[in-house]
Design a protein around this ligand. Structure first.
Ligand code: PT3
Length: 421
């Protein structure tokens, strides 16, 4: 059988093409996704608080304040579906409790968001279908107690040093420069919303945020807004709310604030990632259902915050890859717009695909070994021990005095007896 011999240039071209193909296959095939951590904000909800002149009452919302709406359920369901597609070749389509873990803060809206997300991520397939008329299966959502929720609800409370930093932020020049141009506006909003002007708490971080948030909820759900809440006013309030979020965790002594706030979550996430890299555990994905402040604290601590309020269902992703060299690297993505691919974020000082050791080294300044101590919290046990020591000491002195008195009393009596004779 005759062999067709190609001309030399064609042979070289063919050979190079083969080499490129092999190299491409190697680089793409050998990089392996190992673990994913996701933190998302709950979906659309009803207002959380009201203000004195609010023309709408809580009773106008079918489930009252602070509850997830149908739009919110849809948003999280869509996010679940997106994650199913994004990780179709990584995460089994059948739910496996060893591979997947989801935790929520202890609020109806975050728990219900987690449940909506799960309906999109794990609709039962084949053997997991238990009711053919209902393509849904129960999946446990772990809830951390409000009182001990040290992981997800921010700002973390009970941290005196952080409270001090908050007060200092309000007077620092950076914050003052940004807020000063809005002073008259803030006063007008305060009056319109029905707050007493002498009580200028409106300047507090959360007050403008709350008024804006309530008006935004009302607007989204087609409630009539008060006449003073024009588009321009709403936009200005939005800018100030963004400033509130930024100044809560940043602007002033950001590194120290991060050690007391977002760094705690960074540390927990990093520990999960390290565990996934170093152990043969089967867990593939951890998901956290939380709040705008959770995403804000996390992103500000990592210096990847875009200055905007995280929208409903906004989602921060951490992906751990094992490169063909065996080295591990982390990639971060932010999904704040469901109509496009998530944004690839880069940790300052690293590449977008950041080697795990380098990542850990870069975030080390925002991680504390002793949160309570840095918060300036008194060690209660230490106080108890000191109290106990003082009590023992006092008892000892009391015993000594008593012995001394008894001794003298005895001597006096003996002396008296002697005189009697
Ligand atoms: O909407 O993401 C959000 C808020 O964090 C909300 O869930 C919340 O808990 N707000 C508390 C403000 C008093």
């Amino acid at each position: 059988m005759g062999v067709i011999r190609l001309p030399k240039p064609a042979r070289i071209l063919c050979f190079s093409f083969h080499i490129i193909l092999i190299l491409l296959q190697q680089t793409t095939a050998e990089r392996e996704l190992k673990f994913v951590v996701t933190v998302f904000r709950h979906g659309d909800r009803t207002p959380i608080v009201t203000f004195p002149n609010d023309i709408h009452k809580e009773s106008e919302w079918p489930q009252g304040f602070g509850q997830l709406t149908k739009t919110g359920m849809q948003q999280l369901f869509e996010l679940g579906q997106y994650m199913r597609k994004r990780y179709s070749s990584f995460l089994n389509s059948t739910y496996n409790h060893k591979e997947f873990y989801i935790q929520s803060t202890d609020y109806d809206r975050t728990i219900m968001s987690a449940q909506s997300f799960l309906s999109g991520l794990f609709p039962p397939t084949s053997s997991q279908i238990w009711n053919p008329e209902l393509l849904w299966q129960p999946i446990p959502v772990h809830v951390s107690q409000k009182s001990t929720d040290q992981r997800l609800y921010f700002p973390l409370s009970d941290c005196p040093r952080f409270d001090e930093l908050q007060n200092e932020t309000q007077t620092c020049s950076e914050f003052q420069n940004r807020i000063q141009p809005y002073m008259d506006f803030l006063e007008t909003v305060a009056v319109n919303a029905g707050f007493e002007i002498k009580n200028l708490k409106i300047l507090d971080n959360f007050q403008i945020w709350n008024i804006y948030d309530t008006l935004l909820c009302e607007d989204i759900h087609n409630f009539t807004l008060p006449v003073w809440a024009t588009k321009d006013v709403i936009n200005k309030m939005k800018t100030l709310t963004e400033l509130s979020l930024l100044s809560l965790f940043g602007i002033y002594k950001t590194e120290e604030k991060s050690r007391l706030q977002g760094g705690v979550l960074v540390n927990n996430i990093l520990n999960s990632i390290k565990q996934a890299a170093n152990s043969s555990k089967q867990r593939k994905m951890e998901v956290y259902s939380a709040h705008d402040t959770t995403i804000g604290a996390l992103q500000i601590a990592l210096s990847i915050f875009n200055g905007k309020l995280p929208p409903y269902a906004a989602c921060q992703l951490f992906e751990l890859y094992q490169e063909s060299s065996g080295q591990y690297s982390i990639e971060m993505y932010y999904r704040n717009d469901s109509s496009r691919d998530p944004y690839l974020l880069t940790l300052p000082g690293c590449t977008s695909s950041c080697p795990l050791e380098k990542f850990a080294e870069l975030v080390s300044p925002i991680i504390t070994e002793n949160w309570s101590k840095e918060c300036g919290k008194k060690d209660k046990m230490k106080d108890i021990f000191i109290g106990f020591d003082v009590a023992i000491g006092l008892l000892f002195i009391f015993d000594l005095v008593l012995l001394f008195l008894l001794y003298h009393y005895g001597r006096c009596r003996r002396r008296n007896n002697y005189q009697d004779i």
